[in-house]
Design a protein around this ligand. Structure first.
Ligand code: PGA
Length: 260
């Protein structure tokens, strides 16, 4: 089922996500994390540090990577995750895997990445953002709902949204490697975070819209254990938000009261 947590601020959402990671690690010492780039997860990494959650020896698999940037390019997702996730949290960089970072041929990079996830025992908790196109990972509209890790072309919308990380829009790669939607569905828990009004349309389509490759994020509806964390702005157009709020506040079985 999809649970939707409407939180008062991005900081509160990041704290909640960090707490969910901590719970996963407490339940399973050899847990494997799925990590994401973009602006949204940054607060989660800060909260892991503030809450003293020890991910130093936890294997982590990234969702996606640009194709065409030189190794070590500061905006490659490998570099971003080393800088923003691994270094501050003391994670051994060899425990971090990013699609295509093993130096092998691009054509088989997806299959190698999938094999590495399988060897690690699968991903226990996958952190997800969502793009304005409805993408999760870099699965742009039209992505097969059963897709596996592979090369994809980026939409102009995504390239322009990501131009802020580069000197100019022309430097944003046209292609990427991304975990497929079928790959993402195999993680045992999905935690999708979205903040701000620019995400509200994508969030509503993902959570309440028809299951459709036109909104790749809607594939979360097929997953049995998803927690969507949104602030009031990102959750503003959810039709059932009052119900989600009630269900989240009463998610503990102990909170269920007999009707008067
Ligand atoms: P953002 O990106 O966190 O930078 O908004 C999310 C995404 O594109 O998946």
């Amino acid at each position: 089922m999809t649970e939707v947590a409407l939180v008062p601020s991005p900081e509160a959402g990041a704290a909640l996500a960090a707490g969910l990671i901590a719970e996963t690690l407490a339940q399973r010492a050899d847990a494997v994390l799925g990590v994401a780039t973009g602006s949204t997860p940054l607060g989660v990494w800060a909260q892991l540090r503030d809450q003293g959650v020890d991910v130093a020896s936890t294997p982590a698999f990234a969702l996606d990577e640009y194709v065409g940037l030189r190794t070590g390019h500061p905006e490659s997702y490998r570099s971003v995750l080393e800088r923003e996730y691994a270094a501050p949290l003391g994670v051994d960089p060899t425990l971090l895997r990013v699609p295509g970072d093993d130096g092998g041929p691009l054509a088989t990079a997806g299959a190698r990445f999938e094999a590495a996830i399988t060897r690690a025992g699968g991903i226990d908790l996958q952190i997800l953002g969502i793009g304005r196109t409805g993408h999760i990972g870099f699965n742009e509209p039209g992505s097969s709902l059963a897709s596996r890790t592979r090369v994809k072309a980026l939409t102009e919308q995504t390239r322009s949204d990501n131009a802020r990380f580069f000197d100019h829009a022309g430097q944003v790669p046209t292609h990427c490697l991304t975990q497929g939607l079928g790959t993402i569905l195999q993680a045992r828990t999905l935690v999708l975070l979205a903040f701000g009004s620019a995400k509200s349309n994508a969030v509503t389509r993902a959570v309440e819209g028809p299951l459709s490759s036109s909104c790749p994020g809607s594939v979360i509806q097929l997953h049995p254990h998803v927690i969507v964390i949104v602030d009031e702005e990102a959750g503003a157009s959810l039709e059932y938000r009052d119900y989600y709020r009630f269900a989240w506040e009463h998610r503990s079985l102990d909170s269920i009261q007999a009707p008067a």
